[in-house]
Design a protein around this ligand. Sequence first.
Ligand SMILES: Nc1ncnc2c1ncn2[C@@H]1O[C@H](COP(=O)(O)OP(=O)(O)O)[C@@H](O)[C@H]1O
Ligand SMILES: [Mg+2]
Length: 280
Amino acid sequence: MILSIRHLKKTYDMGGENVVHALTDVDLEVERGEFMSIMGPSGSGKSTLLNMIGCLDRPDSGSIAIDGVDVTTMPARRLPDVRGRKVGFIFQTFNLVPTLSAIENVELPMRYAGVKGKKARPAALQALAKVGLEDRASHFPAQLSGGQAQRVAIARALALEPAIILADEPTGQLDSKSSELVMNMLRELSETQGQTFIIVTHDPIVGAATDRVVRMSDGGVASDEQTHWPELKQEPGSALALRRDAAPTAVTPANGNGRLDQQMQHIRATVNAIIADLEH
Ligand SMILES: Nc1ncnc2c1ncn2[C@@H]1O[C@H](COP(=O)(O)OP(=O)(O)O)[C@@H](O)[C@H]1O
Ligand SMILES: [Mg+2]
């Protein structure tokens, strides 16, 4: 078990009677190598949960164990190290430092973690190679496309080989082509490196491309489902939702990328058909 969350609660006290119950009582278990997503309406607690897992903020009660280490009882001074080594972050807005080259951006968390330049440079180059960008090492963020910038951010998240990579809307600012590329890449990393991914997304296409979808509402887990490879259907009163019981589509084996490409195409076509239907 790479992640085990028990009875996690978080409130934000805004003064007076005004208390926001951001997380009510969250239990979640994630196995090593899982490729999963968290979905749910705005304000349902997705980012709060991610921030707790990433040790960016502390819960009021409950526990979070990452790779067997309880990070909720850990002294504050040890948290930055855990944050650096146990979790990697990918953000919607990439968060690259504009004045640093791609490789320097990837090196940054290693430098913070005390890795010396002699070691950091080759490790950063290797991480860039994993996302197919070793030839962009000396480019600055402004010289990269959105998709490339996000791949640099992925390389940065990978650099310290963390147990879990947390991605908050990683495709939120990308066009559909770049989104596919980035999702392909994350999937491939999960399959080839055994990396664990938890991806927060609003995009049903992105959610459907993961193996497991946890849905949050009002600070709690509303559902937790494996995506038996999915067709999309329109559910009464909701937007596009995954249909669990869909017959598994014939999927070519082997080569993860080919398979995901196919999945993506299929999902996209289905979504387009539904949208076209709705418009008529
Ligand atoms: N730092 C904060 N201070 C006060 N309230 C917050 C803070 N962060 C989140 N919240 C509140 O907690 C709830 C959950 O927010 P969030 O986790 O950001 O939701 P999501 O990511 O699902 O949109 C919301 O009602 C939000 O307004
Ligand atoms: Mg959020």
